[in-house]
Write a protein that binds this ligand. Sequence first.
Ligand code: AMP
Ligand code: MG
Length: 412
Amino acid sequence: MSTRLADDCFALPPGVDWTPVDDALGLLRDRLTCVCAAVDGPLEVGAVLAEPVLARRDNPPTDNAAVDGFAFAWENAAAEADLGLADGRAAAGHPFPGRLSPGEALRILTGAELPAGADTVVLEEDCTISAGRVRFPRPKRKGANRRAKGEDARVGGLALEEGTVLGPQHIARAAIVGVHRARMRERLRVGVLSTGDELITPGDDGPGIPDANWPMLEGFCGRQGYRPLHLGRAPDQVDAVRDALDRGAATADAILTTGGASAGDEDHVSRLLREEGQLHTWRIAVKPGRPLVLGLWRGVPVFGLPGNPVAAFVCALIFVRPALRVLAGAPWEDPQGFTVPAAFEKSKKPGRREFLRARLDGQGRAEIFRSEGSGLVGGLAWATGLVELPDGALTVRPGDKVRYLPYASFGL
Ligand code: AMP
Ligand code: MG
């Protein structure tokens, strides 16, 4: 069952003006819930599990050999073992039909089931073979070079948790325990709307600003496993923005808009949400970014991002990404950051968190883009991640430790 969000799910506590980043994230985390229905289907990369996956098979299904060598019973062998070779061999998919008698060893290949009467495998390189016998120093441990039945998974055991966003590694895990279908969330449908009279289609000539936000957010949604829906470009007219939001509410589970989110005359996204939906303008203490408008339009959550592509990108990574994950049925996730030395110098004032476009140099130090100007979209493409500077005042000198968040930690 898909669920609806409460009308006031984005409301800020009374009296809140500038919202620190962590508070904003905490509110999103607390208020949002999954809005996607569960359906049965074959496992797919990018889908979210709506139920845990339980193993239907043991892995390995039987004790088997981890190396090419000889299988034998450890307790029957002397420290300098000298065993008779049994006729035949065991290979993957071709188990040995008989049983080893004490004093016997069997040629065995990697992945082959251990024959009855054997519990240990000695590496082929450690053996000398002559006249139907095999000699080797006995491995120290009983069970050496044996993969034990069920050591990776047991029937009925938890193989994958509910809410897992499936990657190829998870699908391999499911496959090995005999599962190729499960209940998964329907893909989150994300409507993307660009607003602004100045916008033109990318690739068109003539005056205007090419719409960079649609391809950016479409690609972002695609990478997260969601279904992006193009709600077009709305001019700065209230009816056009309303129509686009209506189309979004009819077809999408969430809507991302860019531009028109401030409090100016032409800021129709915030105006419409205020007058005809539920609006909460979060003045988040973040650079680049503010303001972020959150609201509901006909019950569908709207994330109103700044028009500036750099600010829109950073807000999409920091705020929209974890929020959409929860709407899509996955658990909240903070990006995984790394502490690295700075290759730059900078002072910041207290009161807001800053995200700098950054990449690592050859020594693993974070360098930052030549300018913080948020109009410079070149910096987004130059960077391979963001440096996150804390809310308080700070002076960073080369060699100081800073937190680096690679784009990869946002699923990009
Ligand atoms: P706004 O938030 O609408 O005031 O826009 C802020 C700045 O971002 C303005 O310079 C806009 O021209 C620019 N901008 C808004 N939307 C886009 C877009 N989709 N692609 C590129 N630039 C944009
Ligand atoms: Mg605008």
